[in-house]
Design a protein around this ligand. Structure first.
Ligand code: AQP
Length: 356
């Protein structure tokens, strides 16, 4: 038998090479997006609508880098068991909600020391003034004496800037509450590029048109939050149908009886926004559908919509929980993919600053 390649196999080989190069170009020519979620508790509908839903919608069109922000969680969680549980639960939830590790790079922030390293370097070009103006810092430290406020809470935005700038993204999809941190990230990137040398891409923020700030069910003047003092503030993605029905039936409403959104109706605006986002129907259509109906009817249907949205997520979650190694392997592969990208930017930033 001849070992010489036939004309057909030569053509096949050329064709495979072409396709591999072409698909690689296609992947590498995709614009990059980067975002993370802090592993400081249970994910809620705000995280889902403001962030996760966007990540999943973007993953096929963009080169997505999505991570578990576990170093950020250390700013508020000092209970190792709680932290481990939250990391595991949020990792599973990313996947259960539809993040595809074949399309996006999915990893744990703490697996890449480059984040903390660049975070420190960016601290050295940030000012106390700009960090103390961050609304999230002001909110979370309100009422506490300086002696008891964690320095990690204060410098959280510079680590967040490092998380982003390491991957040179074009866009950062986040909820409304993180916009100010992205503005700071842009300022730091521009400052660094000007003071040292052109190193970082200055990214743009991407927030959803609607649902960028889902408010607390118990208080529509404050955002829905993982670290809210009462679980009545949020619907966790892992809440049971019974818990969802109970929380929605107890959700604060506005005075009057109309199912209408408006500046003077923050509670109904919030509930209608959640409904609209989950059922993909406009708020105006919902107002028409519920014209003349009671809060009770509306809330009962809203609870059903939330339960129906979360049912498949919770089913996949149950399966993922039985196979932690599967998720660990995905995170390990994601970290290996992210590592050279982060290392390249870090090396450039170090050289620019005079560290090599
Ligand atoms: N209420 C919200 N509405 C819309 N989007 C939201 N996000 C958070 N809350 C809402 C978005 O979810 C992503 C992950 O946020 P995070 O967990 O990193 O931190 P966070 O913004 O501080 O969220 P939480 O739930 O309030 O956490 P804790 O209580 O730990 O601080 C981000 O894109 C965020 O905008």
């Amino acid at each position: 038998m001849s070992c010489k390649p036939s004309a057909v196999s030569c053509k096949l080989y050329v064709c495979i090479c072409f396709l591999t190069t072409y698909s690689w170009r296609l992947i590498s020519s995709k614009k990059r997006v980067v975002s993370g979620i802090t592993t400081s508790g249970e994910l809620h509908l705000g995280n889902y609508i403001g962030a996760l839903q966007q990540f999943i919608a973007l993953q096929s069109e963009y080169d997505g880098y999505f991570f578990l922000a576990d170093l950020h969680a250390l700013a508020t969680v000092h209970d190792p068991e709680k932290l481990r549980k939250s990391i595991r639960s949020i990792a599973n939830l990313y996947l259960a909600c539809g993040l595809d590790p074949e399309q996006a790079t999915f990893f744990c922030q703490s697996a890449l020391p480059a984040h903390a390293e660049l975070g420190w370097m960016l601290n050295t070009i940030s000012t106390m003034g700009e960090l103390s103006r961050m609304t999230q810092y002001k909110d979370k430290s309100a009422g506490n004496a300086n002696d008891s406020i964690q320095a990690g809470l204060f410098t959280y935005p510079t680590l967040m800037a490092a998380d982003i700038l390491l991957y040179q993204p074009k866009l950062v999809p986040v909820g409304d509450d993180q916009k100010q941190h992205i503005e700071l990230t842009r300022n730091l990137a521009e400052r660094f590029n000007k003071r040292f040398s052109e190193t970082f891409t200055v990214p743009d923020v991407l927030t959803p048109k609607q649902g960028a700030r889902i408010m607390g069910l118990d208080d529509p003047s404050k955002k829905m939050s993982k670290s809210a003092s009462s679980a009545a503030n949020y619907i966790a993605l892992v809440d049971s149908p019974e818990a969802i029905k109970k929380k929605i039936s107890k959700a604060v409403t506005d005075s009057g009886t109309e199912i209408k959104a408006g500046k003077d109706r923050p509670a109904l605006t919030n509930l209608l926004t959640i409904f609209s986002e989950l059922e993909d129907v406009s708020v105006a259509d919902l107002e028409k559908r519920y014209g003349g109906k009671s809060y009770r009817d509306f809330k009962s249907d809203l609870a059903d919509v939330i339960i129906a949205t979360l049912k498949p997520v919770q089913k996949t979650l149950e399966e993922l929980e039985t196979d932690p190694k599967y998720v660990d392997d995905i995170l390990a592969k994601g970290a290996e993919k992210a590592r050279p990208v982060a290392a390249k930017t870090l090396a450039e930033a170090k050289t620019a600053m005079g560290l090599g």
